[in-house]
Design a protein around this ligand. Sequence first.
Ligand code: AMP
Length: 183
Amino acid sequence: MTTHSICVFCGARDGVKPAYRAAATATGQMLADQGWRLVYGAGDVGLMGAVARAAQAGGGDTFGVIPVHLLKAEVGKSDLTRFVVTENMHERKKVMFMNCDAIVVLPGGAGSLDEFFEVLTWRQLGLHEKPIFLLNIDGYWDPLMQLMNHTIAEGFASATLKDYIRMPTSVPELTKNLHAALE
Ligand code: AMP
C-alpha cells in the first residue's frame, strides 16, 4: 500500500558526474522499497527518467505530470501508474505539488531551481508545511546554500528560511530524513 507521495524535482539532463545519475537511480529504488509513490515531471530524459525507471523496476507506484508541449522534448513516459498531461507548466507544478507529502530536489538546472523556489517561497509565506529536501550529491547544492545565506546576511530573508530545508548528502540519509518528517 502506498503510504506517502514524494515529489522529486530533478534535471532533464544527466549532469557531468556519474554520481548524479546514480543518486537518481538510488532515489527511485528507495521510493519503491519504502512503498512510497514517486510524483515527478513524467519525462524519460536525464535524471527524471532515471528516477522513474528505477522506481518502476522496484515495483513502485509512479505518478507523472507533464505539460502537453513537452510530451516530445521530455519524452513523456506514458507507462507510469498514472500519467497526467496538463495544459501548461503552472498546472503541472500545481498538480505535482497537490499530490505530494514531501518534496525532494535532486541536482538539476533552471527548471529544478524554479520548482524548488516555488515550494520554498510558498512555505515561507505559510501556504503549506510540506518538508523540502535538497539532495546534496557531491556538494552540488552548496552554491545554492551560499546564495541563501547571502540573502539572509544582507537582510533580504529571515534566518528561518533555512529551517524549511534539509540537505541530506546521500540517499540513505534522505530516507532517514523523510521517515523523521513524515511519521
Ligand atoms: P531542468 O532542471 O532545467 O533540467 O528542468 C527540470 C524540469 O523542470 C523539466 O521537466 C522542465 O520541463 C521543468 N521546468 C523548466 N522550466 C520550468 C519552469 N519555468 N516552471 C516549471 N518547470 C520548469
